[in-house]
Design a protein around this ligand. Sequence first.
Ligand code: FES
Ligand SMILES: [Fe+2]
Length: 423
Amino acid sequence: MLSHEDNETLVRIGQGTAMGNVMRRFWMPALLESELAENDGTPVRIRLLGEELVAFRDSQGQIGLLDEHCPHRGSSLALGVNANCGLRCLFHGWKFDVTGQCTDTPAEPEGATLAKAMRVKAYPTRVAGGMIWTYMGPREAEPPFPHFPWFDMPPGHCEAFKVIYECNYAQAIEGAIDSAHAGVLHRESPWGQEAKYPHERDLQPKLEFEYTNYGLRYCAVRKDGDQGHARITQVPLPFWTFIPPDGGNSPAFRRNRILINAFVPRDDESTWHIQFFYDETHPIDRAHRLDEAGTHHDANFFKLVGNKQWYNQDREMMRTTNMSGITGIAAQDHAVSETMGKIADRTKEHLGRSDMAVVAWRRLMLKAARDLAATGSLPQADQAMIDWHKVTAETFVFSMKEQSWKDVMPLPEELHPAISTAA
Ligand code: FES
Ligand SMILES: [Fe+2]
Protein backbone atom coordinates (compact mmCIF):
# COMPACT_ATOMS: atom_id res chain seq x y z
CA MET A 1 0.00 0.00 0.00
CA LEU A 2 1.15 3.53 -0.72
CA SER A 3 -0.04 6.85 0.65
CA HIS A 4 -2.04 8.94 -1.77
CA GLU A 5 0.87 11.36 -1.99
CA ASP A 6 3.43 8.65 -2.82
CA ASN A 7 1.07 7.12 -5.37
CA GLU A 8 0.75 10.48 -7.08
CA THR A 9 4.54 10.90 -7.10
CA LEU A 10 4.98 7.43 -8.59
CA VAL A 11 2.46 7.76 -11.41
CA ARG A 12 2.57 11.37 -12.66
CA ILE A 13 5.09 11.82 -15.46
CA GLY A 14 4.14 15.11 -17.13
CA GLN A 15 6.51 18.07 -17.48
CA GLY A 16 7.62 19.45 -14.14
CA THR A 17 6.53 16.44 -12.05
CA ALA A 18 9.07 14.66 -9.85
CA MET A 19 8.79 11.34 -11.70
CA GLY A 20 8.52 13.08 -15.05
CA ASN A 21 11.90 14.61 -14.28
CA VAL A 22 13.34 11.14 -13.52
CA MET A 23 12.05 9.76 -16.84
CA ARG A 24 13.55 12.73 -18.65
CA ARG A 25 17.08 11.77 -17.53
CA PHE A 26 17.10 8.59 -19.65
CA TRP A 27 17.25 7.70 -23.33
CA MET A 28 13.93 6.06 -24.21
CA PRO A 29 12.81 3.84 -27.10
CA ALA A 30 10.02 5.78 -28.80
CA LEU A 31 9.06 4.54 -32.26
CA LEU A 32 9.70 1.45 -34.33
CA GLU A 33 12.32 2.17 -36.97
CA SER A 34 9.83 0.81 -39.50
CA GLU A 35 7.35 3.60 -38.67
CA LEU A 36 9.70 6.05 -40.40
CA ALA A 37 10.99 3.80 -43.14
CA GLU A 38 11.27 6.33 -45.98
CA ASN A 39 13.02 9.63 -46.44
CA ASP A 40 10.38 12.35 -46.86
CA GLY A 41 7.71 9.79 -45.85
CA THR A 42 4.56 10.37 -43.80
CA PRO A 43 5.24 12.04 -40.43
CA VAL A 44 4.09 10.15 -37.32
CA ARG A 45 2.25 11.70 -34.39
CA ILE A 46 3.47 10.32 -31.09
CA ARG A 47 2.63 11.07 -27.48
CA LEU A 48 5.49 10.61 -24.99
CA LEU A 49 5.58 11.61 -21.31
CA GLY A 50 2.33 13.51 -21.88
CA GLU A 51 3.83 15.62 -24.69
CA GLU A 52 2.36 15.70 -28.20
CA LEU A 53 5.15 15.25 -30.72
CA VAL A 54 5.67 14.58 -34.40
CA ALA A 55 8.44 12.41 -35.81
CA PHE A 56 9.67 12.59 -39.40
CA ARG A 57 12.56 11.42 -41.57
CA ASP A 58 13.91 14.15 -43.80
CA SER A 59 15.34 14.02 -47.34
CA GLN A 60 18.77 13.00 -46.02
CA GLY A 61 17.43 10.28 -43.72
CA GLN A 62 17.87 12.34 -40.55
CA ILE A 63 15.13 11.85 -37.96
CA GLY A 64 13.41 14.79 -36.29
CA LEU A 65 11.20 14.66 -33.21
CA LEU A 66 9.45 17.99 -32.78
CA ASP A 67 6.63 19.56 -30.82
CA GLU A 68 3.60 18.58 -32.87
CA HIS A 69 2.17 22.10 -32.82
CA CYS A 70 3.42 24.81 -35.11
CA PRO A 71 4.74 27.78 -33.10
CA HIS A 72 2.94 30.17 -35.46
CA ARG A 73 -0.68 29.42 -34.54
CA GLY A 74 -0.59 25.86 -33.34
CA SER A 75 -1.70 23.64 -36.23
CA SER A 76 -0.42 20.07 -36.26
CA LEU A 77 2.83 19.70 -38.15
CA ALA A 78 1.92 16.05 -38.69
CA LEU A 79 -0.27 17.21 -41.59
CA GLY A 80 2.61 19.10 -43.15
CA VAL A 81 4.68 18.65 -46.30
CA ASN A 82 7.84 16.60 -45.66
CA ALA A 83 10.30 17.56 -48.40
CA ASN A 84 13.66 19.26 -49.05
CA CYS A 85 15.01 18.64 -45.56
CA GLY A 86 12.14 19.93 -43.47
CA LEU A 87 8.55 19.71 -42.40
CA ARG A 88 6.38 22.53 -43.76
CA CYS A 89 3.20 23.49 -41.90
CA LEU A 90 0.07 23.15 -43.99
CA PHE A 91 -1.49 26.39 -42.75
CA HIS A 92 0.94 29.20 -43.72
CA GLY A 93 3.93 27.17 -44.84
CA TRP A 94 6.41 27.71 -42.03
CA LYS A 95 9.12 25.08 -42.37
CA PHE A 96 11.25 23.37 -39.69
CA ASP A 97 14.32 21.16 -39.92
CA VAL A 98 15.16 18.18 -37.67
CA THR A 99 16.85 20.47 -35.13
CA GLY A 100 13.63 22.48 -34.74
CA GLN A 101 15.06 25.52 -36.53
CA CYS A 102 12.58 27.44 -38.66
CA THR A 103 14.04 27.77 -42.17
CA ASP A 104 11.23 29.47 -44.10
CA THR A 105 8.17 31.68 -43.48
CA PRO A 106 6.77 32.16 -47.02
CA ALA A 107 3.71 34.17 -45.95
CA GLU A 108 5.85 36.80 -44.23
CA PRO A 109 7.21 39.82 -46.15
CA GLU A 110 10.51 39.66 -48.01
CA GLY A 111 13.42 40.27 -45.59
CA ALA A 112 11.45 39.32 -42.47
CA THR A 113 13.72 37.96 -39.74
CA LEU A 114 11.02 35.93 -38.02
CA ALA A 115 12.22 32.57 -39.43
CA LYS A 116 15.76 33.06 -38.17
CA ALA A 117 14.60 33.57 -34.61
CA MET A 118 11.92 30.92 -34.57
CA ARG A 119 12.49 27.42 -33.21
CA VAL A 120 10.16 24.62 -32.31
CA LYS A 121 10.98 22.27 -29.44
CA ALA A 122 13.07 19.38 -30.79
CA TYR A 123 14.45 16.30 -29.07
CA PRO A 124 17.58 14.40 -30.16
CA THR A 125 17.14 10.95 -31.70
CA ARG A 126 19.18 7.79 -32.27
CA VAL A 127 18.43 4.52 -34.07
CA ALA A 128 19.34 1.18 -32.46
CA GLY A 129 17.87 -2.30 -32.06
CA GLY A 130 15.02 -1.63 -34.49
CA MET A 131 13.78 1.42 -32.53
CA ILE A 132 14.12 5.18 -32.72
CA TRP A 133 15.22 6.51 -29.33
CA THR A 134 14.98 9.94 -27.81
CA TYR A 135 16.09 11.93 -24.79
CA MET A 136 13.57 14.49 -23.47
CA GLY A 137 15.46 15.98 -20.56
CA PRO A 138 17.56 19.11 -20.12
CA ARG A 139 20.22 19.49 -22.82
CA GLU A 140 22.97 20.13 -20.29
CA ALA A 141 22.20 16.81 -18.55
CA GLU A 142 21.99 14.68 -21.73
CA PRO A 143 23.74 11.37 -21.01
CA PRO A 144 25.76 9.49 -23.63
CA PHE A 145 23.69 6.94 -25.53
CA PRO A 146 23.78 3.58 -23.70
CA HIS A 147 24.87 0.40 -25.43
CA PHE A 148 22.59 -2.56 -24.81
CA PRO A 149 23.48 -6.17 -25.82
CA TRP A 150 20.59 -6.51 -28.25
CA PHE A 151 22.11 -3.76 -30.41
CA ASP A 152 24.88 -6.19 -31.36
CA MET A 153 22.74 -9.01 -32.74
CA PRO A 154 23.20 -10.11 -36.35
CA PRO A 155 20.35 -9.16 -38.70
CA GLY A 156 17.13 -11.00 -37.82
CA HIS A 157 18.31 -11.91 -34.30
CA CYS A 158 16.65 -8.93 -32.60
CA GLU A 159 13.07 -7.83 -33.20
CA ALA A 160 11.26 -4.88 -31.62
CA PHE A 161 7.51 -4.78 -30.92
CA LYS A 162 5.20 -2.07 -29.65
CA VAL A 163 1.65 -1.97 -28.28
CA ILE A 164 -0.29 0.40 -26.04
CA TYR A 165 -1.11 -0.44 -22.46
CA GLU A 166 -4.31 1.39 -21.58
CA CYS A 167 -3.08 2.27 -18.09
CA ASN A 168 -0.34 4.07 -16.20
CA TYR A 169 3.23 2.84 -16.71
CA ALA A 170 3.73 1.86 -13.05
CA GLN A 171 1.04 -0.79 -12.93
CA ALA A 172 2.21 -2.13 -16.29
CA ILE A 173 5.78 -2.59 -15.04
CA GLU A 174 4.60 -3.94 -11.68
CA GLY A 175 3.04 -6.84 -13.59
CA ALA A 176 6.46 -7.70 -14.94
CA ILE A 177 8.16 -7.55 -11.51
CA ASP A 178 5.82 -10.08 -10.03
CA SER A 179 6.97 -13.63 -10.62
CA ALA A 180 4.24 -15.13 -8.42
CA HIS A 181 1.57 -14.51 -11.03
CA ALA A 182 3.32 -16.68 -13.63
CA GLY A 183 1.92 -19.95 -12.28
CA VAL A 184 -1.60 -18.55 -12.02
CA LEU A 185 -2.41 -16.00 -14.74
CA HIS A 186 -0.19 -17.69 -17.36
CA ARG A 187 -0.98 -21.27 -16.27
CA GLU A 188 -1.23 -23.51 -19.30
CA SER A 189 -3.83 -25.76 -17.74
CA PRO A 190 -7.25 -25.05 -16.24
CA TRP A 191 -7.27 -24.13 -12.56
CA GLY A 192 -7.58 -27.27 -10.40
CA GLN A 193 -6.00 -29.57 -12.96
CA GLU A 194 -2.46 -30.90 -13.00
CA ALA A 195 0.17 -28.25 -13.64
CA LYS A 196 2.37 -28.56 -16.72
CA TYR A 197 5.51 -26.74 -15.58
CA PRO A 198 7.58 -26.42 -12.37
CA HIS A 199 6.63 -22.75 -11.97
CA GLU A 200 2.98 -23.80 -12.04
CA ARG A 201 3.50 -26.49 -9.39
CA ASP A 202 5.13 -24.26 -6.77
CA LEU A 203 2.84 -21.27 -6.52
CA GLN A 204 4.76 -19.73 -3.64
CA PRO A 205 8.17 -18.83 -5.02
CA LYS A 206 10.60 -17.34 -2.54
CA LEU A 207 11.41 -13.83 -3.73
CA GLU A 208 14.61 -12.00 -2.89
CA PHE A 209 15.88 -8.76 -4.32
CA GLU A 210 19.07 -6.74 -4.38
CA TYR A 211 19.54 -3.09 -5.21
CA THR A 212 22.18 -2.43 -7.87
CA ASN A 213 23.76 0.60 -9.50
CA TYR A 214 21.25 0.43 -12.38
CA GLY A 215 18.11 -0.33 -10.35
CA LEU A 216 17.45 -3.73 -8.83
CA ARG A 217 17.44 -7.42 -9.61
CA TYR A 218 15.31 -10.05 -8.02
CA CYS A 219 15.16 -13.80 -7.98
CA ALA A 220 12.16 -16.11 -7.68
CA VAL A 221 13.20 -19.52 -6.35
CA ARG A 222 10.79 -22.42 -6.70
CA LYS A 223 11.39 -25.71 -4.91
CA ASP A 224 11.45 -29.03 -6.70
CA GLY A 225 12.69 -31.55 -4.09
CA ASP A 226 16.21 -30.48 -3.10
CA GLN A 227 16.57 -28.50 -6.26
CA GLY A 228 15.82 -24.87 -6.70
CA HIS A 229 14.53 -23.41 -9.96
CA ALA A 230 15.78 -19.84 -10.04
CA ARG A 231 14.62 -17.04 -12.30
CA ILE A 232 16.52 -13.76 -12.09
CA THR A 233 14.74 -10.71 -13.48
CA GLN A 234 16.62 -7.45 -13.97
CA VAL A 235 14.81 -4.18 -13.32
CA PRO A 236 16.88 -1.18 -14.48
CA LEU A 237 15.59 2.33 -13.90
CA PRO A 238 13.27 3.82 -14.90
CA PHE A 239 10.91 1.43 -16.74
CA TRP A 240 12.89 -1.61 -17.86
CA THR A 241 12.54 -5.31 -17.11
CA PHE A 242 14.86 -7.99 -18.53
CA ILE A 243 13.00 -11.30 -18.45
CA PRO A 244 14.90 -14.62 -18.42
CA PRO A 245 14.15 -17.40 -20.89
CA ASP A 246 12.26 -20.45 -19.72
CA GLY A 247 14.23 -23.63 -19.41
CA GLY A 248 16.89 -25.46 -17.45
CA ASN A 249 20.65 -25.50 -17.38
CA SER A 250 21.35 -26.22 -21.02
CA PRO A 251 23.63 -23.39 -22.19
CA ALA A 252 22.06 -23.42 -25.65
CA PHE A 253 18.60 -23.05 -24.21
CA ARG A 254 19.57 -20.45 -21.63
CA ARG A 255 20.72 -17.98 -24.23
CA ASN A 256 17.49 -18.25 -26.20
CA ARG A 257 14.54 -15.95 -26.09
CA ILE A 258 15.76 -13.08 -23.94
CA LEU A 259 12.90 -10.64 -23.56
CA ILE A 260 13.44 -6.96 -22.79
CA ASN A 261 10.44 -4.86 -21.79
CA ALA A 262 10.32 -1.07 -21.71
CA PHE A 263 7.17 0.49 -20.27
CA VAL A 264 7.55 3.98 -21.68
CA PRO A 265 4.94 6.39 -20.33
CA ARG A 266 2.76 7.75 -23.14
CA ASP A 267 0.88 9.95 -20.70
CA ASP A 268 -0.40 9.43 -17.15
CA GLU A 269 -3.06 7.00 -18.33
CA SER A 270 -1.39 5.00 -21.09
CA THR A 271 1.95 3.35 -21.80
CA TRP A 272 4.00 2.26 -24.79
CA HIS A 273 4.82 -1.37 -24.10
CA ILE A 274 7.98 -1.92 -26.11
CA GLN A 275 9.54 -5.36 -26.35
CA PHE A 276 12.86 -6.47 -27.77
CA PHE A 277 13.26 -10.20 -28.30
CA TYR A 278 16.79 -11.28 -29.06
CA ASP A 279 18.65 -14.52 -29.47
CA GLU A 280 22.29 -15.00 -30.38
CA THR A 281 21.70 -18.52 -31.61
CA HIS A 282 18.55 -18.30 -33.72
CA PRO A 283 16.72 -15.63 -35.73
CA ILE A 284 13.59 -14.27 -34.06
CA ASP A 285 10.38 -15.50 -35.63
CA ARG A 286 8.26 -12.35 -35.61
CA ALA A 287 4.95 -14.04 -36.41
CA HIS A 288 5.49 -16.63 -33.68
CA ARG A 289 6.27 -13.94 -31.11
CA LEU A 290 3.06 -12.09 -31.98
CA ASP A 291 1.07 -15.33 -31.66
CA GLU A 292 2.65 -16.10 -28.31
CA ALA A 293 2.04 -12.58 -27.00
CA GLY A 294 -1.46 -12.29 -28.44
CA THR A 295 -0.62 -8.77 -29.63
CA HIS A 296 -1.54 -8.60 -33.27
CA HIS A 297 -1.08 -5.04 -34.32
CA ASP A 298 -3.69 -2.74 -35.64
CA ALA A 299 -1.71 -1.16 -38.46
CA ASN A 300 -2.32 2.36 -37.22
CA PHE A 301 -2.48 2.39 -33.48
CA PHE A 302 -0.73 -0.71 -32.20
CA LYS A 303 -3.65 -1.43 -29.93
CA LEU A 304 -4.45 -4.94 -28.87
CA VAL A 305 -7.12 -6.59 -30.97
CA GLY A 306 -9.87 -7.51 -28.54
CA ASN A 307 -8.87 -4.83 -26.06
CA LYS A 308 -12.36 -3.45 -26.14
CA GLN A 309 -14.10 -6.84 -25.96
CA TRP A 310 -13.01 -7.74 -22.43
CA TYR A 311 -9.88 -9.35 -23.77
CA ASN A 312 -11.74 -11.92 -25.88
CA GLN A 313 -11.91 -14.14 -22.83
CA ASP A 314 -13.26 -17.58 -23.65
CA ARG A 315 -14.98 -19.40 -20.76
CA GLU A 316 -14.81 -22.74 -22.52
CA MET A 317 -11.05 -22.32 -22.90
CA MET A 318 -10.85 -21.71 -19.13
CA ARG A 319 -12.44 -25.11 -18.51
CA THR A 320 -10.36 -27.04 -21.03
CA THR A 321 -7.12 -25.28 -21.91
CA ASN A 322 -5.67 -22.55 -19.71
CA MET A 323 -6.34 -20.61 -16.53
CA SER A 324 -7.21 -17.27 -18.11
CA GLY A 325 -9.26 -18.11 -21.18
CA ILE A 326 -7.25 -15.34 -22.85
CA THR A 327 -4.94 -16.07 -25.75
CA GLY A 328 -1.40 -14.74 -25.50
CA ILE A 329 0.94 -13.99 -22.60
CA ALA A 330 1.05 -10.23 -23.15
CA ALA A 331 -2.72 -10.07 -23.65
CA GLN A 332 -3.14 -11.83 -20.29
CA ASP A 333 -0.81 -9.29 -18.65
CA HIS A 334 -2.65 -6.37 -20.21
CA ALA A 335 -5.99 -7.73 -18.95
CA VAL A 336 -4.98 -7.82 -15.28
CA SER A 337 -3.11 -4.48 -15.31
CA GLU A 338 -5.60 -2.46 -17.34
CA THR A 339 -8.65 -3.63 -15.37
CA MET A 340 -7.18 -2.01 -12.24
CA GLY A 341 -8.25 1.26 -13.87
CA LYS A 342 -6.19 3.83 -15.76
CA ILE A 343 -4.31 4.73 -12.57
CA ALA A 344 -4.35 2.10 -9.81
CA ASP A 345 -5.31 3.39 -6.37
CA ARG A 346 -2.51 1.93 -4.27
CA THR A 347 -4.03 3.23 -1.03
CA LYS A 348 -6.59 0.41 -1.31
CA GLU A 349 -4.42 -2.62 -2.02
CA HIS A 350 -3.47 -5.39 0.44
CA LEU A 351 0.04 -6.56 -0.30
CA GLY A 352 1.44 -9.98 0.59
CA ARG A 353 4.84 -11.65 0.56
CA SER A 354 4.60 -12.27 -3.17
CA ASP A 355 4.66 -8.48 -3.73
CA MET A 356 8.12 -7.99 -2.25
CA ALA A 357 9.83 -7.05 -5.51
CA VAL A 358 7.04 -4.65 -6.42
CA VAL A 359 7.46 -2.89 -3.09
CA ALA A 360 11.24 -2.71 -3.60
CA TRP A 361 10.77 -1.16 -7.05
CA ARG A 362 8.37 1.49 -5.72
CA ARG A 363 10.86 2.47 -3.02
CA LEU A 364 13.60 2.70 -5.61
CA MET A 365 11.52 4.94 -7.87
CA LEU A 366 10.29 7.20 -5.08
CA LYS A 367 13.83 7.58 -3.81
CA ALA A 368 15.05 8.44 -7.31
CA ALA A 369 12.35 11.13 -7.60
CA ARG A 370 13.22 12.60 -4.21
CA ASP A 371 16.97 12.50 -4.78
CA LEU A 372 16.70 14.16 -8.17
CA ALA A 373 14.48 16.89 -6.73
CA ALA A 374 16.85 17.44 -3.79
CA THR A 375 20.26 17.13 -5.45
CA GLY A 376 19.74 17.50 -9.18
CA SER A 377 21.11 14.03 -9.89
CA LEU A 378 20.17 10.37 -9.58
CA PRO A 379 21.97 7.94 -7.23
CA GLN A 380 22.20 5.30 -9.99
CA ALA A 381 25.05 5.04 -12.48
CA ASP A 382 24.81 6.58 -15.90
CA GLN A 383 23.45 3.88 -18.24
CA ALA A 384 26.26 4.50 -20.72
CA MET A 385 28.82 3.55 -18.02
CA ILE A 386 27.31 0.11 -17.40
CA ASP A 387 28.46 -3.08 -19.09
CA TRP A 388 24.99 -4.43 -19.88
CA HIS A 389 26.39 -7.82 -20.87
CA LYS A 390 26.82 -8.36 -17.12
CA VAL A 391 23.20 -7.48 -16.34
CA THR A 392 21.83 -10.88 -17.24
CA ALA A 393 18.35 -12.29 -16.81
CA GLU A 394 18.89 -15.98 -16.06
CA THR A 395 17.05 -19.21 -15.47
CA PHE A 396 18.94 -22.02 -13.74
CA VAL A 397 18.63 -25.04 -11.47
CA PHE A 398 20.78 -25.37 -8.36
CA SER A 399 21.17 -27.53 -5.26
CA MET A 400 19.35 -25.70 -2.48
CA LYS A 401 21.17 -27.74 0.19
CA GLU A 402 24.56 -26.35 -0.74
CA GLN A 403 23.97 -23.01 -2.37
CA SER A 404 21.86 -19.93 -2.67
CA TRP A 405 20.99 -18.33 -5.99
CA LYS A 406 23.47 -15.56 -5.20
CA ASP A 407 26.31 -18.13 -4.95
CA VAL A 408 25.50 -19.26 -8.47
CA MET A 409 25.00 -15.77 -9.94
CA PRO A 410 26.71 -13.21 -7.69
CA LEU A 411 26.21 -9.57 -8.50
CA PRO A 412 29.46 -8.35 -10.13
CA GLU A 413 31.30 -5.91 -7.84
CA GLU A 414 31.06 -3.09 -10.36
CA LEU A 415 27.25 -3.31 -10.32
CA HIS A 416 26.90 -2.84 -6.59
CA PRO A 417 24.93 0.26 -5.61
CA ALA A 418 26.76 3.35 -4.48
CA ILE A 419 24.36 3.46 -1.52
CA SER A 420 23.40 0.45 0.56
CA THR A 421 19.61 0.76 0.57
CA ALA A 422 16.94 2.46 -1.48
CA ALA A 423 14.77 3.29 1.51
S1 FES B 1 0.06 27.66 -38.04
FE1 FES B 1 1.79 26.80 -38.94
S2 FES B 1 2.43 28.23 -40.40
FE2 FES B 1 0.69 29.15 -39.52
FE1 LIG C 1 2.86 -11.90 -16.88
